[in-house]
Design a protein around this ligand. Structure first.
Ligand code: EPU
Length: 455
């Protein structure tokens, strides 16, 4: 049973011409009020995959009503797993006692729907000795290769067959064995891949150069509840001692700090005042520092964080995106919209993805002054130095924004366009709006709660 509201199943990067997929926005009104943010999209989907590691029942709470949850539920069900989702309560119950190989044709129907399926590899190899992973989706914000994932699986003893035209066939008939692995870059997904594959591998695994995002540490907490033995050194090295079996878990997800920061940026850009129920301070410290430097005010309470524009001019900032505990790449797009209203020159150096400024073009068409550069406009070591990627942005403000027709390019870029439309004078039509359902639960309802004039 799936009691989540059905969300339009639009393909990842299509520009929709469907009239139901357009949001009409009459901008220029501050967003004021309170909204609730549930669990993190980039944790919940992974915890659901972890449930596949153990026979028995796992219960995940504080689950948001987003499309990625449907995709993972569907993929689990294709593998014989019983999944029950209670959308209203935000509870997902997964019984992975029985697991079977899904038919390639069935798995193919989920091709291009998300990046999560690659994380099924380890659990399926442990349970069945083989896995078929469909072609991956996710936002078009760079090449998004999976070489680290596949290298890790090979090091643990799997055989990867990339010949299949629609996906990847991976086998490990004799199980996986612990290994020494180093990631060339602290990839979130490859770290999770290693954790999910190594917990049941025979012997010890050392993973150096890993990512330590709060969502990853919450996944470690889930795996520990299941019976895994995982420690982390100060230099971001995970040590995993393989165990023979795991059991189900009950866990409440940490809050979605990307969604919380998106609403905070919306408060700044529209000169509004938003109380984000559920937002927590420790995971957002880096964002909060920048929010304060820009001139935003916030108040942390036990129930959430209130973010508001105090009036007067916002201040420009220079930021560089980075892995945790740096400034998240997913925070930059909504903040850039607010920076178009800051008085002076702001600089954003994107060091995680090579192609994450595509969303600025419509902002410029709305009146923003944003120039993109191939040079690294910052001091962090950056893989894109001397490469041909426009990965630095200079934003000059304040510039009034004017409403217009916009096509949603990707999840975070799309939400930023929505913020721009809400901050802009006059009407905007935001096309392909259902793409935002991948990561922002009930954003239409929340916008109405905040007094937005949308239709
Ligand atoms: N990379 C490789 N090879 C790999 C894996 C990654 O070169 O095998 C590179 C990527 O191309 C990228 C960098 O490493 O340049 C970082 O990628 P990472 O693997 O960390 O990203 P991810 O796991 O695919 C997750 C989130 C993203 C978030 C990033 C960084 C999920 C489902 N996605 O992606 O979230 O931006 O970590 O924090 O957890 C979003 O929510 O909108 C989103 C894109």
């Amino acid at each position: 049973m799936d009691s989540f509201k059905k969300i339009p199943g639009q393909e990842e990067n299509d520009v929709s011409t469907d009239s139901e997929d357009i949001l009409h926005v009459n901008g220029g009104k501050p967003l004021n009020g309170a909204i609730k943010v549930r669990g993190a999209k980039n944790f919940v989907s992974k915890a659901m995959v972890a449930a596949l590691l153990a026979p028995g029942t796992s219960v995940l709470k504080n689950v948001p009503e987003i499309r990625d949850v449907h995709v993972v539920s569907d993929l689990l069900r294709l593998h014989g797993v019983n999944v029950n989702v209670d959308g209203e309560k935000g509870v997902v119950t997964i019984d992975a006692t029985h697991v079977k190989l899904a038919s390639v044709a069935d798995v193919d129907t989920l091709s291009g729907s998300s990046r999560i399926p690659i994380l099924f590899s380890g659990p399926l190899l442990h349970r069945l000795g083989e896995a078929f992973i469909p072609a991956l989706g996710g936002c078009a914000i760079g090449g998004r290769p999976i070489d680290f994932h596949l290298d890790t699986l090979r090091k643990l003893g799997a055989t990867v067959d990339k010949e299949h035209k629609d996906g990847i066939h991976i086998t490990a008939p004799n199980g996986l064995t612990g290994a020494k692995i180093h990631l060339p870059y602290p990839s979130v997904g490859a770290t999770e891949q290693t954790l999910l594959a190594a917990v049941l591998a025979e012997g010890k695994t050392e993973l150096s150069g890993a990512a330590i995002e709060p969502e990853i540490m919450d996944l470690v907490a889930v795996l520990q509840k299941m019976g895994a033995i995982i420690s982390v050194d100060v230099d971001r090295t995970f040590r995993i001692e393989g165990v023979k079996e795991l059991k189900g878990f009950t866990h409440t997800s940490l809050t979605d700090r990307i969604e919380a920061a998106s609403w905070a940026s919306a408060a700044l850009a529209t000169r509004g005042d938003i109380f984000v129920k559920g937002a927590t301070q420790p995971e957002m410290m880096t964002f909060l520092n920048v929010f304060r430097k820009v001139g935003g005010e916030f108040d942390v309470t036990d129930k959430g964080i209130r973010f508001w524009h105090p009036g007067g001019d916002l201040k420009p900032v220079a930021i560089e995106t980075d892995v945790h505990p740096g400034f998240m790449t997913d925070w930059q797009q909504p903040l850039v919209v607010a920076l178009t209203q800051a008085n002076g020159l702001s600089i954003v150096h994107e060091t995680v993805y090579e192609n994450r400024f595509g969303f600025t073009k419509p902002l410029v068409q709305m009146g923003a002054t944003i120039q993109l550069y191939r040079e690294c406009l910052g001091s962090l070591p950056c893989r894109f130095q001397q490469r041909n990627y426009k990965h630095s942005a200079v934003i000059f403000g304040p510039t009034p924004l004017t409403g217009r027709d916009i096509d949603v390019p990707d999840l975070r870029g799309g939400f930023s366009h929505l913020i721009a439309a809400l901050a802009a004078k006059g009407p905007s039509n935001v096309h392909g709006i259902s793409l935002i359902d991948r990561g922002y639960a009930d954003f239409r309802g929340k916008l109405r709660q905040l007094g937005a004039d949308i239709d």
